[in-house]
Design a protein around this ligand. Structure first.
Ligand code: GDP
Ligand code: MN
Length: 396
């Protein structure tokens, strides 16, 4: 699960990572109040107004603007809140901004006095260890640094059983070319960042840029945090940070109904129990001359409610010309699923595409009988081959 910059920074701060302080605002008026408060608390005359969306590259897209007085705060916040922000990471349609972070300006007195670094912590799946990636080339696209100047990206692996060691934080600060107070502050920054990453069960923390200020303090200007979904049950406070406005609406609806759904570009919708069978079904659709419109695993306990939710999700896709339901009845009984299909069909009513149901396993014969006698425009099959032939037939 991804969270916003302002939420990521709250988490960082709670673990003692120094951050660029800020206050989130939903309206230009709130932004002005936030700027006044930042002046009181941190004596910052200038502030930056930062669009809060789940995508990076906001600076390039015009979503990060400096404001030198309260009039400018109001103006910039008015411009940014409500805008459709397009960045290299949002896709061409962009993302609508509904919140801004009003943050203290930390680049005083000017760019020549400050230095931007890149630091991220993530899991290296091939070695089974955590890894800190860091670079002197902060502030810009790290993919570009990796492509053109890969020797400027350093990696430090951390054995989770041993934890991050003092020599490693010193090595990182040294490789970043720091000395004196900035060196010391960087070692503290890295240690606190690593602690935050571990304690939150995160999949990734990416801080770009990490800034060395003109007075040699190290702080996080940005925060891209990705929490591990499988560990969210241990962190209800972080789970509550989820912003479903930032996610694909159909996938949000699917996850609310406990369905594993991924939208694809084809013309045959499919509803299957089990991920392996779902993939095999997608192959069958291709062999039959169609293209799968989605991946959808209804899980091991398909019933009328899940079947109906799955129908609704598949039917939202205007490209769908047919639906193939492929259920193997192991624990779940096929006649129950068949009844679920019939109930859902009747309840939704206006289903404009042919439906092919292949039920195999426990009570498959009863299930076929139920469907054949229902009087609905549903074709039933028991063998996979029959189902594939029916798909070809309805597409022809
Ligand atoms: P991103 O573009 O989505 O990665 O957003 P960032 O939070 O990384 O900000 C983008 C850029 O805005 C940074 O690289 C800085 O150059 C600039 N920026 C961020 N905070 C400040 C600030 O306090 N003062 C000034 N002058 N520039 C800032
Ligand atoms: Mn950034």
């Amino acid at each position: 699960m991804n969270i916003h910059e302002y939420q990521g920074k709250q988490i960082l701060k709670s673990f003692g990572v120094r951050i660029q302080e800020g206050i989130v605002a939903d309206t230009p008026e709130q932004a002005v109040e936030a700027a006044k408060k930042l002046k009181e608390d941190y004596n910052s005359d200038w502030v930056v107004i930062k669009a809060q969306i789940h995508a990076g590259g906001r600076g390039k897209g015009g979503g990060v603007k400096l404001a030198k007085n309260l009039d400018e705060v109001k103006q910039r916040a008015t411009d940014i809140i409500g805008m459709q922000l397009i960045t290299p990471q949002t896709g061409p349609e962009g993302k609508k901004v509904s919140k801004v972070l009003v943050a203290q300006d930390v680049y005083y007195p000017g760019a020549s006095e400050t230095k931007e670094f890149y630091v991220s912590v993530l899991l290296n799946r091939s070695s089974g260890k955590n890894i800190i990636m860091y670079s002197t080339e902060g502030g810009m696209d790290i993919e570009e640094v990796a492509e053109h100047t890969p020797h400027l990206i350093f990696k430090e692996e951390i054995d989770p059983k041993v934890g991050l060691q003092g020599f490693q934080t010193r090595k990182i600060a040294f490789n970043l070319g720091l000395s004196g107070n900035a060196f010391k502050d960087m070692t503290k920054f890295i240690a606190a960042l690593y602690k935050a990453y571990e304690a939150t069960d995160s999949a990734m923390f990416e801080i770009n840029p990490v800034l060395k200020t003109s007075d040699d303090k190290i702080l996080a200007v940005d925060a891209k945090v990705s929490l591990d979904d499988n560990a969210l049950f241990r962190h209800p406070d972080y789970a509550a940070m989820r912003d479903t406005n930032e996610e694909d609406p159909t996938e949000v609806e699917a996850s609310a109904s406990n369905l594993n759904y991924v939208k694809l570009d084809g013309n045959v919708g499919c509803m299957v129990n089990g991920a392996g069978l779902a993939m095999a079904t997608m192959d069958i659709i291709k062999i039959a001359g169609g293209e799968p419109a989605n991946f959808l695993d209804v899980g091991g306990t398909a019933n009328a409610t899940t079947v109906k939710a799955a129908f609704n999700i598949i039917l939202k896709d205007p490209n769908v010309k047919a639906i193939l339901i492929n259920i193997f009845g192991g624990i779940v009984r096929c006649d129950r699923v068949a009844q679920g299909v019939i109930d859902a069909y009747k309840e939704i009513g206006d289903i404009r595409v042919p439906i092919i149901v292949r039920l195999q396993g426990t009570n498959a014969e009863e299930a076929k009988k139920l469907i054949d006698e229902s009087g609905l425009k549903v074709f039933s099959a028991i063998l996979l081959k029959e189902a594939a032939d029916l798909v070809s037939e309805v597409l022809a």
